[in-house]
Design a protein around this ligand. Structure first.
Ligand SMILES: [Zn+2]
Length: 425
């Protein structure tokens, strides 16, 4: 039985006075640092051409399969490059799933990572590259004075998104594997490729999943539990115009690029990612290509509210058609929905979320609900299988950037939470 004294919990509290908490820090640190060495940056432009989009992800998945085997888990790793591990349990309750992704983002260089472990004593952190992680801009650092912080050398990202998630799952499930006397239901572990490209779940072995709930360990700040995400679509605007020799173009030429740039500039700037937060959705044009008489533009459309999300897609269509008409061109759109908000599925099964808060309370971890301005692989699971997939923190900060950092203590608390969840009711 896990017991918490009931005293208020403060981050950074010495472990001695939280009896329920296990100390996985040495193992977490060793595993995490060894994972950062794998070059697993994914490549969005290779989606549909290669899976995983980069070879390093394969190497890492094969490595993780061996680790799971050594821990005593049965594994599968097929052509879809989703690694599944099963740890048999003594409880007959439905299996519980845990998921993390092996790829890292390509927003900044993600390969050639040199991890840097700091005994944090407060103040700014100066990385080898000269980049400074300012305490003033990172108020959460203060929680971790006197404990270990991990960063890159400042020339790459670190990759705690989501290698911290993998390390957390490995420690928690490894503990269960070493202690067969602890009762738990069957545990399914999933490590997926290409989450950052949005294609990780395209070839997921949905029919092989038996879990009634699958937690993704892919969050950030300590304590954050995410059960709601965006509805997300990429709307491609296809414009056709008229091309002619530029010397005799007057009154005849219809320049697709001109039309596309007009459409981009008519999108409401107040509803862009840089101008919104919370539940406010947005339009974000990110790519235009054109050859004179034909061109296309990709616009990311995001909103938590399904109705407003659909309205936004319709608005792009109407706006594009109207502007193309003015310029005597033609516009049509194609829509690729990447994922839907998992909130409705999570609300149908409140138990899956409630138990996180119960277990966290027992452990003395202060958790709070947070909405994601993005998506997770769990959103696809919720959509395809109707199962709850809440997202749990890893302790990572400034993700997808050179100033990324993760707290080892936060990772340890996440691992304890995963262990408690894996034991089931
Ligand atoms: Zn992630």
């Amino acid at each position: 039985m896990r017991v918490f004294s009931g005293k208020p919990f403060y981050f950074g509290l010495p472990y001695a006075i939280i009896p329920a908490m296990k100390d996985f820090r040495t193992e977490l640190l060793g595993n995490f640092i060894s994972y950062t060495v794998f070059d697993t940056m994914s490549e969005p432009e290779m989606v549909g051409k290669k899976r995983p989009t980069t070879d390093g992800q394969r190497t890492f998945l094969e490595f993780l399969e061996k680790c799971l085997n050594r821990m005593g888990l049965e594994t599968r790793l097929e052509d879809d490059w989703v690694l599944k591990g099963v740890l048999k349990g003594s409880k007959t309750d439905p299996p519980i799933g845990f998921m993390a992704h092996v790829d890292t983002a390509s927003d900044v260089m993600g390969n050639g990572v040199k991890a840097n472990v700091i005994d944090y004593e407060g103040g700014d952190i100066i990385l080898d590259s000269g980049l400074v992680i300012k305490a003033e801009e990172n108020p959460d650092l203060a929680r971790y004075i006197g404990s270990k912080i991990i960063t890159s050398d400042g020339t790459t990202l670190l990759g705690s998104d989501d290698k911290a998630g993998i390390a957390i799952i490995m420690s928690a499930i490894g503990h269960l594997a070493r202690h067969p006397e602890i009762p738990h239901p069957d545990i399914e572990v999933y490590f997926t490729p290409d989450e950052e490209t949005g294609s990780g779940m395209d070839e997921f072995p949905y029919s092989e999943m038996h879990s009634s709930v699958c937690y993704t360990i892919d969050g950030g700040r300590e304590g954050e539990i995410e059960t709601e995400c965006f509805n997300a679509a990429t709307v491609t605007v296809h414009v056709s115009g008229v091309s002619i020799h530029l010397g005799s173009a007057r009154g005849i030429m219809v320049n697709a690029l001109t039309i596309l740039s007009q459409i981009a500039s008519c999108l409401p700037q107040a509803e862009s990612p840089e101008a919104t937060d919370g539940r406010y959705g947005y339009y974000c044009p990110l790519e235009i290509s054109s050859t004179g008489d034909a061109g296309e533009m990709k616009i990311y459309v995001r909103d938590h509210d399904e109705e407003i999300f659909n309205f936004r897609i319709e608005a792009v269509k109407k706006l594009s058609e109207a502007i193309a008409f003015i310029y005597k061109g033609k516009a049509e759109i194609s829509v690729h929905v990447s994922y839907h908000n998992m909130a409705s599925v999570n609300k149908r099964n409140p138990e899956a979320v409630d138990i996180i808060f119960e277990k966290a309370k027992e452990l003395g971890i202060e958790c709070y609900s947070q909405i994601i301005r993005g998506g997770t692989d769990g959103a696809r699971l919720a959509e395809e299988m109707g199962i709850s997939s809440p997202n749990i923190f890893t302790g990572g900060h400034n993700l997808h950037s050179l100033s990324e950092w993760v707290s080892l203590d936060a990772m340890n608390r996440a691992a304890n939470l995963v262990l408690a969840l894996a034991e089931g009711r």
